[in-house]
Design a protein around this ligand. Structure first.
Ligand code: UD1
Ligand code: MG
Length: 479
C-alpha cells in the first residue's frame, strides 16, 4: 500500500540576484509564476496536500498563489497551506516550519519554489524509489558541480550523506553527483530527524541535507534516484537563468506539438504562455497546421486542420477554423470573451481582432483593420484600414477602405447593422445606432446617421462643385 503524499515547497528565499521588487518565486516563466509551475507538477501527482513555506515577500506570494488556485477553473485539487519562516535559517529550518501542518502517515516530497521544470514523471520515479519506508534523493551528475551539495557514497555505492560545497574537503568537492534539492521521505522519520538538526557548519544554517546521515545512522535505506536531464533540477537565481530556462521550456512545448504533426518553421522560435489574466497557455492543432517563426500564443488557442499562421503573430484566446490563413504581424486577443475565425478566412497582414470578433467562413480581414465585438457572416470582406466595432455584418458585405463604425457617443456604445450584400464605399462613417438595408450601397465619403432601405443607394456628403476655366492666383512681383 502506498502512503498518502504531502508536498513541502520551500519558497522563503529572497532571490537577491533577480534584482526585482517582487519575490523570486513569483517571477514568471511562460507567463506563469515559478511557484505555480511547481504546484502544477505536484497536483499531477495527486498529492493530498501542499505546504508552501514563505518568508521574503510572504504576503505577496500567499495572495498571488491563493488567488490563482482558488480561481474558477484552477486544477489544484489538493489542500494548499502556507506556513511562514521568519527569519530564514536554512532549508532544514524551512521544512521544520511545515512539520505542524504534516500528518504522520504521509510520504513527504520536498521541492523548491524556484525549480520549475521538474516533470511529474520524474517525481513519480522518485516516489517509486522511496516506496513507503525509504528516503529517496533526486540526483544528477554535473561536469561542474560547484555550489551544489555532493552525494557521498561508500565503496559499495550506498549513499552515506550529503556534504555542502562550503563544508566539503577536496576529495568530496571532486564528486560530480549532486543533490537536486528534491527528496522524498516518510513523514514520521522526517519529523524526528528535523528536531535533531544543528547549525554547526560553515554557513551557520540548519541544513535539510543533514538528515541523510541521520537516516543512514537509523538504518533507514537511502536511495539515490539519478536522472540525466539537468534542466529538470535547474534552479533560477538570475534574469539570465530565467530566460535560459524559459527557452528550454518553450523548446519542449514546440517539440511536443511537432511530434503531434504541427509544422513549425523553427521550433526554437515559438512561445506558448499563460495570458496576462492567468488563463493557462494551451495550443491544440488539427492536422497539417503550419506555424511560421516568432509567433507568441497565449491563453487558450485552437487551430483547425490546414490552417496557417504567418510570422510574427500574437495570438490569444481564439479558435481558428480549418484552412484559415493568418498573415504575418496579426494581433488577435479574445481575452475572456474569445474570438472565432471561420474556415478559410484570410486575416492580415497587420490585422487586429479583439474580444467578441466572430468571423464566418471565407471572411477577409485585411491590413490595418480592427474588429471588436462584431459578427461578420460568411464571405464578408473588410480589406483595408477600417474599424468594425459593435457591428453585425451580413453575408458577402464589402466594407470599403477607411470606413468606420462610430459606435461610441462618448457615453454609450451602439450597434451598427449592415445587412447581407451591402457595399460600403471608402471612407464612410456609420454613426450607430444605424442599419444599412440588405443589398444597399453607401457612396464613398458618406456619413450615415439614418437607417437606409434595402437596395437603396445612400450618399451623405457635401455635393461636388466644379468651376470651369478657373484661374489660380498668380505670384505678385516683389516690390
Ligand atoms: C540546496 C541544498 C544543496 C543542493 C541545492 C540544489 C541544502 C542545505 N543544500 O543548497 O545540497 O545541491 O539546494 O539546488 O539544502 N529556502 C528557504 N528558507 C531558507 C533557505 C532556503 O525557504 O531558510 C529555500 C530557498 O528559497 C530555495 C530552497 O530553499 O527555494 C533552496 O535554498 P538555497 O539557498 O538555494 O539552497 P542551496 O544553497 O542552493
Ligand atoms: Mg540554490
Amino acid at each position: 500500500m502506498t502512503a498518502p503524499l504531502d508536498i513541502v515547497i520551500m519558497a522563503a528565499g529572497k532571490g537577491t540576484r533577480m534584482k526585482s521588487r517582487h519575490p523570486k518565486v513569483l517571477q514568471k516563466l511562460a507567463g506563469r509564476a515559478l511557484l505555480q509551475h511547481v504546484l502544477d507538477t505536484a497536483a499531477q501527482l495527486k498529492a493530498r496536500s501542499a505546504v508552501v513555506v514563505t518568508g521574503h515577500g510572504a504576503a505577496e506570494v500567499e495572495a498571488a498563489i491563493a488567488a490563482a488556485n482558488g480561481a474558477e477553473g484552477a486544477d489544484i485539487a489538493m489542500d494548499l497551506k502556507f506556513v511562514r519562516q521568519e527569519p530564514q535559517l536554512g532549508t532544514g529550518h524551512a521544512v521544520q516550519q511545515a512539520v505542524p501542518a504534516l500528518k504522520d502517515d504521509g510520504l513527504v516530497v520536498v521541492l523548491s519554489g524556484d525549480v520549475p521544470l521538474t516533470t511529474a514523471d520524474t517525481l513519480q520515479g522518485l516516489l517509486d524509489a522511496a516506496g513507503s519506508d525509504k528516503m529517496a534523493l533526486l540526483t544528477v551528475t554535473m561536469p561542474d558541480p560547484t555550489g551544489y551539495g555532493r552525494i557521498v557514497r561508500n565503496e559499495a555505492g550506498t549513499v552515506q550523506r550529503i556534504v555542502e560545497q562550503k563544508d566539503a574537503n577536496d576529495a568530496e568537492r571532486a564528486i560530480t553527483e549532486i543533490y537536486s534539492g528534491i527528496m522524498a521521505v516518510p513523514a514520521r522519520h522526517l519529523t524526528a530527524w528535523l528536531s535533531k538538526l544543528s547549525n554547526n557548519n560553515a554557513q551557520g544554517e540548519y541544513y535539510l541535507t543533514d538528515i541523510v546521515a541521520m537516516a543512514v545512522a537509523d538504518g533507514v535505506p537511502v536511495v539515490g534516484h539519478r536522472i540525466a536531464d539537468v534542466l529538470q533540477v535547474a534552479g533560477i537565481n538570475s534574469p539570465l537563468q530565467l530566460a535560459e530556462l524559459e527557452r528550454a521550456h518553450q523548446l519542449r512545448q514546440s517539440r511536443q506539438l511537432m511530434e503531434q504533426g504541427v509544422r513549425m518553421a523553427d521550433p526554437a522560435r515559438f512561445d506558448l504562455r499563460d495570458d496576462v489574466r492567468g488563463t493557462k497557455g494551451s495550443l491544440s492543432c488539427g492536422q497539417d497546421v503550419e506555424i511560421d517563426v516568432n509567433c507568441v500564443f497565449t491563453g487558450h488557442v485552437t487551430i483547425g486542420a490546414g490552417a496557417r499562421i504567418g510570422a510574427n503573430c500574437h495570438i490569444s484566446n481564439v479558435s481558428i477554423a480549418e484552412d484559415a490563413v493568418i498573415h504575418p504581424f496579426t494581433h488577435i486577443d479574445g481575452e475572456k470573451v474569445g474570438v472565432e475565425v471561420g474556415a478559410g478566412a484570410l486575416i492580415g497582414p497587420f490585422a487586429r481582432l479583439r474580444p467578441g470578433a466572430k468571423l464566418g467562413r471565407e471572411v477577409h480581414i485585411g491590413n490595418f483593420v480592427e474588429v471588436k465585438n462584431s459578427t461578420l457572416a460568411d464571405g464578408a470582406k473588410a480589406n483595408h484600414l477600417a474599424y468594425l466595432g459593435d457591428a453585425t455584418v451580413g453575408e458577402r458585405v464589402n466594407y470599403g477602405a477607411g470606413s468606420i463604425t462610430a459606435n461610441y457617443d462618448g457615453v454609450n456604445k451602439h450597434r451598427t447593422v449592415i445587412e447581407a450584400d451591402v457595399h460600403i464605399g471608402s471612407n464612410c462613417v456609420l454613426v450607430a445606432p444605424v442599419t444599412i438595408g440588405a443589398g444597399g450601397t453607401v457612396g464613398g465619403g458618406s456619413t450615415v446617421t439614418k437607417s437606409t432601405e434595402a437596395g437603396a443607394l445612400t450618399v451623405g456628403r457635401g455635393k461636388q462643385v466644379s468651376i470651369s476655366n478657373w484661374n489660380r492666383p498668380e505670384k505678385q512681383p516683389k516690390v
